[in-house]
Design a protein around this ligand. Structure first.
Ligand code: NAD
Length: 319
């Protein structure tokens, strides 16, 4: 199979991730079928897609006609057979439990074409483990998006022990062709790349607050108005290259002194704190103090995040 043969995709599970993937695929010319367990869940998928597309329309990233075309490309069903029988790729977005992922895979394979690709959105499970029950493990891959997949381009691809190179090459080219920025892990690794980076940073933020160095709010502020702004456009290695007159090597020589002074005092704990109540208090204080145009509850902040992401995506020439 070639990338150009992939015209129809099934999203198994139409929750937060599944309905966002559906928009991404439909925006890039795919026919999409969302399968979920009942009509109530499917209605939630539809509502979420409407909301996401409304945000894109309000930001003038799409027209109302385009919105209608995207929605028309997405069908919804509770039938696994109907969802997968004539698709070239499955994007599985079910609950994050190995037994559930395995049963979704086994059920789908009963109706799936033997050469179709099976990609799981799993955040942390091993694709080797998920695919251990597959009749065709050679066509199974991990394809971990960042939430929301229609606004954050990254997809992290992992191969299982039995995934073929042909499958890996095909899925890499496919995700790139539907507007994603794919990274391929050279070997399986819990948390992939992005969640590990995120957790390493988060551990240090929590540690700084716990040691009384700063408040929750100031830890977030230091991130948002500092490195976060640069990281939206250039990666850390690249920032090292351009941040010193002598390039990367010059920056590394500088870091050698500063970094070695910092590292011994940095967080290295290997289990998360059990009591988060102090942090929660700080988070609620921060939420209350955000500017009114950002919002003071989760729904308002999600809307702000998505509007801001759309503007960033325009700068990345992704919209
Ligand atoms: N939310 C995130 O930030 C995020 C980011 C990246 C990856 N993921 C991964 O994506 C997957 C889905 O996460 P989510 O946040 O969308 O969860 P969710 O709970 O919003 O959605 C899961 C959906 O799967 C449905 N479902 C349950 N059993 C099913 C079955 N047998 N067949 C089909 N659908 C079934 C549920 O009804 C629900 O709609 C998980 O593996 C998660 O780890 C989540």
């Amino acid at each position: 199979m070639q990338v150009s043969d992939i015209k129809k995709v099934a999203c198994l599970g139409g929750g937060i991730i599944g309905s966002s993937w559906a928009i991404q695929f439909a925006m890039h010319g795919m026919e999409v079928v969302i399968r979920d367990i009942n009509d109530e869940q499917l209605q939630k998928s539809m509502d979420q897609m409407h909301k996401s597309l409304d945000t894109l329309e309000e930001a003038k990233a799409i027209t109302s006609q385009r919105k209608a075309e995207i929605l028309a490309a997405v069908k919804l069903t509770t039938s696994v057979e109907e969802a997968v029988k004539d698709v070239q790729l499955v994007q599985e977005n079910g609950p994050e439990r190995l037994d559930v992922k395995q049963s979704i895979l086994k059920e789908a394979e009963q109706f799936l074409a033997p050469d179709a690709i099976y990609a799981s959105s799993t955040s942390g499970l091993s694709i080797t483990d998920i695919a251990s029950v597959a009749a065709h493990p050679e066509r199974c891959v991990g394809a971990h998006p960042y939430n929301p997949p229609h606004l954050i381009p990254l997809v992290e691809l992992t191969r299982g022990e039995k995934t073929t190179q042909e499958t890996v090459d095909l899925v890499y080219a496919f995700y790139q062709s539907v507007g994603k920025e794919a990274v391929l892990l050279k070997k399986e690794c819990p948390g992939f790349i992005s969640n590990r980076l995120q957790l390493a940073l988060y551990r240090e933020m929590v540690d700084l607050v716990q040691r009384g160095v700063c408040s929750v709010k100031d830890a977030d502020k230091a991130l948002v108005y500092g490195p976060g702004l640069r990281w939206a456009f250039l990666g850390h290695f690249m920032l090292m290259e351009i941040g010193n007159a002598k390039g990367f090597m010059g920056m590394m020589n500088m870091l050698q002194a500063n970094g070695n002074a910092m590292l011994p005092g940095m967080a290295n704990w290997t289990t998360l704190p059990e009591d988060w109540s102090d942090f929660n208090e700080g988070v609620q204080e921060e939420l209350a103090s955000l500017p009114d145009w950002v919002g003071h509850n989760a729904a308002q902040c999600v809307a702000y995040r998505d509007q801001a992401l759309i503007e960033v995506l325009k700068l990345h020439k992704k919209l």
